[in-house]
Design a protein around this ligand. Sequence first.
Ligand code: WT7
Length: 694
Amino acid sequence: MAPPHSTNGGSEHDSSTAAAFASLDTVSHSESFNTEHELFDAGHKFKEGALISSKEKYAAMYTRSIKDPDGFWSDIASEFYWETKWPEENGKVHTENFDIRKGPVKVEWFKGGKTNICYNALDRHVQAGKGNQVAFYWEGNSPDLDGCLTYSELLQRVCQLANFLKDKGVKKGDAVAIYLPMLMELPIAMLACARIGAVHSVVFAGFSAESLAQRVLDCKPKVIITCNAVWRGPKVLVLKTIVDEALTISLAQGVSVDVCLTYANDIALAREKTAWQDGRDIWYQDVIPNFASSCDIQWVDAEDPLFLLYTSGSTGKPKGVLHTTGGYMVYTATTFKYAFDYHQEDVYWCTADCGWITGHSYVTYGPLLNCAKVVLFEGVPNYPDAGRCWEIVDKYNVTIFYTAPTAIRSLMRSGDEPVKRYSRKSLRVLGSVGEPINPSAWKWYYEVVGDERCPISDTWWQTETGGFMITPLPGAWALKPGSATFPFFGIQPALVDENGKELEGVCNGYLCIKGSWPSTFRTLYEDHARYETTYFAPFKGYYFSGDGCHRDADGYYWLTGRVDDVINVSGHRIGTAEVESALVSHSQCAEAAVVAIEHEVKGQGIYAFVTLKEGVSYSEELRTSLRNAVRHQIGAFASPDRIHWAPALPKTRSGKIMRRILRKIAAKQLDELGDISTLADPGVVQELIDLTDV
Ligand code: WT7
């Protein structure tokens, strides 16, 4: 596990008072709200076929979802299979306390009901005669590799793995770690866990050994599922050595994982060349086909845990976000259906990796619960070239395409030609997720990719929320480039000021949510206190998202970015404290402070101010070595874009680092430094400015 360095002056705990958050006017975009008056309406033809074809239809459903959440959600939940229906007392299907002043925060939906999400995602469809329908089209990193699984085949694969897990002693409630790239085995592993009531903890296969170890130490899995290596663009990543290192670290700290099930990805690395530990390591292909292809379902309570997914917060230690079964199932399926206007003929492709929440809710569970045909892509959007995405769209006749603004901006840089080379005529709906989409990227996506024919669902949500919170419903209302538009059914956004007062009408505020929704996360694993302090203490009576938000005169919501110490790099959440801790672990680093800067492609970049130990001199080699420390502790995606040498950091007399000043220096906005007289040593600021280009 990473050493628990706390950087001098950094906050020890996630902020629990509103005053700790960035003031809303410091969060600004270079393209601010100049598209507030531009409306893009879906064509008449689209609307005619849309599930929700007007604002009035939405309003009627929305009103019911708020006035009668129990009735609204229980009607929808009844469309799923429940082994035992939830007990209804006066029609209530949920209980909640979101107000820490009234006692512990607690949420329950459909408690007492027994179901299984794997059964609902697979068996239910097979039993309805849809077994021969495609579940996954798998597209390899290399364009000449692909594969496909029908719902029956997928079910059989899931059952075989589930039987293996049972054979290894995995029981209901046990954790299983999954460290896999986008092979079919990744969603198969998730579903196999769900089938037997085990709790999966997927770790994105870009995380380093240290990060994986930290997660293993936290959730103590009985089994880890991985593969030996994988192609990613033009490179091979050897995952098995990362897992080996992680398991060595965990073992040294008292957590032993006794089974490491390893998929042999021969095209990336031969078995003979794979490091191996007899007794612990097992080749997937050697054992799984020997297990029976049917497996009894473990019925679980709606409130039994389904998965843990670690995410970054304001402090060094990642948070184990815990989701339960019933509400998550009902909500992800419903949001998928409406936000993408899903019809059974659709072919759906979400480019996210299952290592993130998007891959949980909208590659795996949401689409499969709807019996959708899903494209699973192993590669990256610009390999072998910038036309790859559209080549895939044409190959499978993708109708719904869902990606992140960072991918759009990066493809946009290659111009229109790689897009125009392909017809894309199958596309009907486009989606965006992960960070605010800047209006110029939105317009390029709309005009060039979608040929002005496809509405864009800009879905705002979070690991914690499990599913979409603020999102367009394509066809229901006109879109504005850069706005996530309106709340989904059952969601009550509230924009509050720094005193927690709810603002009305046109305003800028901290985005909170009033009341629970079915897929609310229930706790942070083994740290309910942190759950309450981080999310429910800052603004009493509300869930606080950590985002700033603007509401315009037409009631549209515009997300403006994080207001806490979380940086959003290419849609990946990275805590400043995590990066600082990694830098400080370097033997020549005395202190570090990290801030976000605007980045043309990644949305935000990581800008690190580093103070070296006495006598160490600045050099490019040292910069590389500091970056490597971050790669080693967290993963390559968190490597700082810029390292700025700092003889000292600007601190208040009480020793708190003034990040506001660092942000301005990083952005070269020197005329906006503001009041620096409260610094212990105001001279530090000029020294830092002088070192800007060193
Ligand atoms: C944070 C959550 C939820 C899936 C991927 C990220 C930002 C996410 C949007 C959007 C503006 C967005 C927010 C949020 N974010 N989607 N459509 N518009 N911002 O999940 O890692 O939990 O990050 O991503 O800042 O708080 P995550």
